[in-house]
Design a protein around this ligand. Structure first.
Ligand code: FPP
Ligand code: MG
Length: 291
């Protein structure tokens, strides 16, 4: 992945370049997919660098919107440098990536451009849904498709265009994988601790995010437990609330059903790329996150 880092660094002059290092490197899921799909194209690293830069921009802004003080185990940039700079660096990352995108054929620029519009709309819906307790699974799933899966879907489709492969199959592969990825993230927020996550655990409900396991539990619960769940919405979760929440989510089967749903999406995704071992192993890396 060094090549991708070098390309990203080359996009910026030193004052802005230093901000890349302030966000610890993540799983690089989007780049791994692009490089696995377009492995014979010498432009795969350039496309990956553009997509990772867009992703970094979205994280800088997302942490401000979510008031998330840590990202990948490190203090968020708006905490260390202030929100003004974090917003502007995000804008610079985002605008620079778009300027570079014009060096690709218009079909690729269009696919990525439309995905970023979806990403921002998904984030808007996330904010809107967080204003009150949302138990509507369809609205939640539409929001996570837009917020998380759309850029993964577009990365796969753009890589397929680059590699002269079937756009539709890879688009569908990316969409299924993206929704599975977010569903697993929702589960990990409940089942894992702060050290493992690199950010506070059981944070979604406090942030007003009623994720899939919580929606599932809402419908499985009796009236009392429904009331208790709703009472925790948007609040700081105490140790006893956390113990209660984790135990009812396990006992009701909501965690297991959410994991199962993610596994089914992953299986569907993998069936679209059957025979491609490298791509399947990127998908398997996701499965391994489901403890
Ligand atoms: C993380 O979701 C959200 C995103 C990665 C999308 C954020 C999108 C924007 C801020 C729109 C603006 C986009 C650009 C390119 C400037 P999360 O909060 O559920 O996940 P987390 O736990 O990783 O924070
Ligand atoms: Mg966030």
């Amino acid at each position: 992945m060094n090549e991708i880092d070098n390309i990203i660094s080359g996009f910026f002059e030193p004052t802005i370049r230093e901000y890349i290092g302030k966000i610890p490197v993540g799983k690089r899921l989007r780049s791994r997919l692009i490089c696995a799909i377009a492995k014979n194209s010498d432009r795969r690293f350039f496309l990956s660098a553009i997509v990772e830069t867009i992703h970094l921009a979205s994280l800088l802004h997302d942490d401000i919107i979510d008031d998330a003080k840590t990202r990948r185990g490190a203090p968020s940039v708006f905490v260390t440098d202030g929100a003004k700079k974090a917003i502007l660096v995000g804008d610079i990352f985002y605008a620079s990536a778009f300027a570079k995108l014009t060096e690709f054929e218009s079909a690729i620029a269009e696919v990525i451009g439309k995905a970023v519009a979806k990403l921002a709309y998904g984030e808007f819906l996330d904010v809107k849904l967080s204003e009150s307790f949302n138990a509507d699974r369809e609205r939640y799933e539409n929001m996570i498709y837009l917020k998380t899966a759309a850029l993964i879907e577009a990365s796969c489709e753009a890589a397929a265009i680059l590699a002269n492969k079937d756009r539709e199959s890879f688009r569908n592969f990316g969409r299924l994988l993206g929704v599975a990825f977010q569903t697993i993230d929702d589960v990990l927020d409940i089942t894992h601790n702060e050290t493992e996550l690199g950010k506070p655990s059981l944070n979604d409900l406090s942030e007003g995010k009623v994720t899939l396991p919580l929606i599932d539990f809402y419908y499985a619960a009796d009236k009392n437990n429904q009331k208790k769940l709703i009472s925790l919405f948007g609040k700081t979760i105490t140790k006893s609330d956390a113990d209660w929440l984790r135990s009812v989510l396990e006992q009701s089967g909501s965690i297991a059903r959410s994991r199962q749903y993610a596994k089914e999406l992953l299986d569907d995704a993998k069936s679209l790329v059957a025979g491609d071992d490298e791509l399947s192993s990127v998908a398997d890396a996701l499965i391994r996150r489901i403890k």
